[in-house]
Design a protein. Structure first.
Length: 370
């Protein structure tokens, strides 16, 4: 029997053969790598496509899926009828347009649109929009407006009076500077029968109050002109009248002092003034200075001032000379038959009263504002 013996000796060509074998194995592995990579990529693409159908990709915005807002019924129907998207063929979804707004002008400034104002609603029934009348020089003419069944105001002037303009010089040596005393003279004329003598007599307390307030304002107005050292006679005599009436209305001792000072200066300017002598004598006698006032009253009587005779009768009555007061008034009544005040004064003395000016005062209408 023949025995075959394997040799364990290594041939010198063995290392080269092992090297070739290793190289061949490496080449085979390199050639098979692209195939495995393609298969892995295909599997990864399929997985990405499946995920893209449910979750948008943050890397590729072209694969983002945007779903339209639809009612639940339509959404359920589309879910049942629409097949699932294929991973290998992604579809491009167009974003929906915003909902259109009816009757809205375009926002482009290149093509201006003709925007019409909303139509004025037409009112029915009894509702009506007032259309004012035309504007004229005095305002809106209400008569031409839509004022149906509304009476037109009517104004009638029954007692029209005019206040004459009176300008007096401010100073004795200068006749160029004039002072307008129109309203002042009108006020003095109205309230003199009520407040010229003491005690004053008014138809009601309101007229007495308004007269007091106006005397305050007018006396303050004329005061700067009367205080001037060269103030004119016309300014001084008006200031004396105002302050004398303020004294009779119990406005304070300042009115008494100023009234006496102003009338004294007026007499020095015009010694033959019957009015100035009467005012001074009346202020003194009605204030208790019967003897001091009598000489000025006598001077006024000699100058033809009738009211000075009445003040003398008052002075006689307060000096306990009743008979002399009656004699004086009766003589004066015969000389002035048209005077309706003197008979009333005689009646007061006959009744035993002491103030001949305490007679019903005429009704006046002094306004509360100057």
């Amino acid at each position: 029997m023949k025995t075959t013996t394997l040799s364990t000796s290594v041939s010198p060509k063995a290392p080269a053969l092992a090297t070739l074998t290793a190289v061949a194995a490496a080449c085979a592995m390199m050639l098979s790598a692209p195939a495995h990579a393609a298969e892995a990529q295909a599997a990864s693409s399929a997985t990405d496509a499946t995920n893209a159908a449910s979750v948008p990709s943050a890397i590729d915005s072209s694969k983002r899926v945007i779903r339209l807002a639809q009612p639940k019924a339509d959404n359920a129907a589309s879910t049942n009828s629409t097949p699932a998207p294929q991973a290998t063929a992604p579809q491009t979804v167009t974003a929906p347009q915003p909902p259109t707004v009816q009757n809205r002008p375009p926002m482009s400034t290149l093509q201006p649109q003709d925007v019409r104002p909303p139509a004025t609603p037409e009112f029915t029934g009894t509702t009506r929009v007032y259309d004012p009348g035309p504007m004229n020089a005095t305002g809106i003419d209400l008569r031409s407006g839509q004022l149906n069944n509304i009476p037109t105001p009517q104004v009638q002037l029954s007692d029209v009076s005019f206040v004459p303009t009176v300008l007096i010089p401010q100073q004795t040596s200068n006749n160029n500077d004039k002072l307008d005393v129109s309203l002042l003279d009108d006020f003095i004329k109205d309230v003199s029968p009520n407040a010229r003598h003491y005690p004053p007599n008014f138809p009601n307390r309101s007229q007495r109050h308004y007269t007091r307030e106006k005397i305050k304002v007018l006396a303050e107005w004329i005061e700067p002109y009367a205080k001037e050292p060269n103030a004119s006679y016309d300014v001084l005599i008006r200031a004396a009248k105002l302050n004398g009436m303020g004294r009779n209305l119990d406005l304070g001792s300042d009115y008494t002092i100023r009234g006496g000072q102003y009338v004294d200066r007026a007499i020095k300017i015009q010694p033959d003034s019957g009015e100035a002598n009467f005012l001074y004598g009346m202020m003194l006698s009605e204030g208790g200075g019967f003897k001091e006032g009598q000489k000025y009253l006598d001077r006024a009587v000699s100058l033809g001032y009738t009211e000075a005779e009445q003040s003398l009768a008052q002075s006689d009555l307060l000096s306990d000379r009743r008979d002399k007061a009656l004699e004086r008034l009766r003589r004066l009544e015969s000389q002035n038959p048209d005077n309706d005040i003197i008979p009333q004064q005689i009646k007061l003395i006959e009744e035993g009263k002491f103030y001949i000016w305490d007679i019903p005062a005429p009704d006046i209408d002094v306004k509360p504002s100057v």
